[in-house]
Design a protein around this ligand. Sequence first.
Ligand code: MN
Length: 728
Amino acid sequence: MDRYSKDYEELKTLLENQGGNYDYDLIKRAYDKMVQAHRGQRRSSGEEYYHHPLSVAKMLVGIGMDSESIAAALLHDVVEDTDVTEKELKAEFGENVAALVDGVTKLGKLPLSTTEQLQAENIRKMLIAMAKDIRVIIIKLADRLHNMRTIDAMSEQHQRDKALETLDIYAPIAHRLGIRAVKEELEDLAIKHLDPVGYAEIEQLLAKRSSERESVLQGICDRIKTHLKKVMPDVKIDISGRVKSIHGIYRKMFVAGKDFDEIYDVFAIRIITDTVADCYNILGIIHDMYQPLPGRFKDYISTPKANMYQSLHTTLIGAEKIPFEVQIRTFDMHHTAEYGIAAHWKYKEGISQSDQNLEDRLAWVRQILETQKESDNPEEILQSIKTDLALEDVFAVTPKGDVITLPNGSTVIDFAFAIHSAVGIKMVGAKANGRIVPLNHAIQTGEVIEILTTNQQGHGPSRDWLNFARTTSAKQKIRTWFKKERRSENIETGRNQIERDFARNNIRLPEDEMAEFIEKTAARQHFNSVDDFYAAIGYGGVVLSKIMPRIKDEYQRILKERNDTVKIVTPANTGRSSNGIVVEGIDNCLVKLSKCCTPLPGDDIIGFITRGHGVSIHKRDCNNVPKDIAAASEPERWVNAYFENTGNASFKASLMITGNDRMTFLSDVLGAIAQMSIPVHSVNARQLVGGSAVINVTVSVLNVKQITAITQKLQKIEGVYGVERIKG
Ligand code: MN
C-alpha cells in the first residue's frame, strides 16, 4: 500500500469511528482528485501539500460535519493552487461541493487587512458567505486552524499578521458559532505568536500550579463522584477536570490585570448528566458539600449565551481553601458547547435550504449585514461587527428579576430595546440599582436596570442614541423609527396637499367614494398603498400638479358612471341572473360573488349595487354587510338576493386545516377529499413552530351541504384540530 492509500485508510477509520452515515464514494473520489492535483507541490514547511487539505478534512470529521463539507475540505485548495477548474468540480462532485470550494477559494483571496476599511470589507464578505452556506466558514475556520498550527515556517511578520487577523476575525466567528475547540486553539496559537513571552509565562505557571493542585483537584473530583453515586445511584454522571485555555488566562492576567491566583476558573470540574432536573439536583448537592463563593453562580441553562451555550457555573471553596469552578450540564448541552453550530450536522447528512433551526441561529449574520447597508462609515461598521462578535456578555436584571444578556459595553439604551422596541422608543431615562444614570451608562453584570418611559405623544429617540447604542439590533430599531417617523410626516404632508389641490380643482365626492377614488389613483401610479402614494407626494417623489390632468379626466368619468348606475335600481320586477342568483328588482345585471365571504348555494345572501361593477353578493353574516340595513348610510343600495336551484354550477371554497404535522398529514387530507370525488383547485401546506402544520385547500363544491360534509370528514382525521372555511 502506498502512503496515499495509507493516509486515506486513516481518514476512513476516523469516519467509521464517528458512526455517521457518510458518502464514502464521494469522499474517496475527492481524496484521489486532490492527491492527484496537488502532486509535486510542497508547503513552506517542506511536507507534501496533500497533508494540509487532508488535515482540514480530518478536523471537520472530528467536529461532525457532513460528507459534502469533508469532500469540499479535501478539495478546498485545488481551484486556487492547481489547474483543476470549478466546472470540473461541478461535473465530478456536484453543485454543492463545487459551491463550497468556490466559497472557500473566494475567502482565501481576501487580502490581509491592515486598514479598518479593508478589515470591515473582509468581514462583510465572510458574513455574506455565511449567509449563503455556513459550511463555507466552518471549512475556512478549519483551514485557518491548520495553517496556524503549521505557521512556524513563515516569516515572523507573516506570523504576527496572521495571528492578529485570527484573533480579530476568525476566533470571534468561531466563538459566535459556538465551536469551542476550534475557537480556543485559534486563540492560543494566536497569542503564542503575538506574545511568545506572555504565553510561555502562563505555560510555566500552569505547569507549576497544576502539579501543586492536581492532586487536590483530583481528590475533590473523586469525593464528588463518590457522593453523587451514593445519593443519585441511578443517574448517569460523567465527571472530569479541565484547565482553562491559555488565552482565557492571558486575558484575565494581562488585559483585566488579575493575579494568576485570583482566576478561579483556571481549574474547573465538569459534570455532565442526562436531564436538566438532574443538573439542578447536582448543583444543590454540591452546594451542600462545599461552600459556594458569593456572586459566582451563573445559570446559563435558563439564560443561554448568545452562541447557545448552556451550563450551570458555580465557584466553590474546599477544605483546602482553593477555589474551583464547577460546570454542570446535560450531554446535549455539552455537545452544543463543544461543537456549536456544527452539532447541527452531527446526526444527519446534507442541509436543506429551509432549515428553520439553522436559520434562527444565523439570524445575527443577516442582522449585521442589514446594518452594514445602512452605514458607509467603515469605522462604525467594524465597531458594530466587533461588538456583535464580542467575546464577553454582560447580564443585567429587570426589576422583575428577568435576566437580559447583552454584549459587553452595552448601554441602558441597548437594554431598553432588548426588552422591546416600544420600551426603547418611549424611554426618557434609566435607573441602575435604583439610581438615575445617563443614557450612555455602560451596564455592569448584575445591575438591576429600570427603564423610565413616557406615554406622551411626540416623544421618541434622539439622534445621539445611535452613538450610545452598542448593539446592532438597538441601532437598527432606532434607525427604523426615524425612517417611519419621517414617513408619517410625509404621509401627513401628502394627504394635506391632495385635499388642498382637489378642492382647488373642484374634485368633490362623498367620503367613501373619495377614498376609493384616491385608492384607484394611487394604484394607477403604481403604488401599493394609499399611504405610499401620500408619502411620495410628501417627500416630492410625485409632483401632484403633473398628474392632475389625468386625475381630472378620471373624475369626470366617474361622475358620468355614477349617473348611469343609479338608473339600474329603478325597475321593480324579479329577474334572474348569472351564477344562479336571483337579485330582487334587477334583471340580467352583472352579479359577482364577493371575495370577502365567498357565498355558496345554500348560504343566506344579500346584494350590494356597486358603482359600475354590477351587484356584488355577500353572505348575510359577512362583516361587510351592515347589521341594520335600514340604518346604513345608503340603504337603497342593498337588495335582497337568493340562490336559485343551481343544478351543476360549482363554486370554489377554501378550507384551512390545522393539525399535528406527521408524515402523512397532507396525503390523509387530500385522500379524504378525493374519496368524496370533490375536485381540488389548489393546496398549500406549511409548518408552524411546535410541530403543527396548516393546510389550505381550495375545492369546487356544489353547495354548502358539501362543504359541511367535507369539514366533518376532515375533522375525523387523526391529529386534526381545526377545520375552518376561510375567505377566498
Ligand atoms: Mn488551505
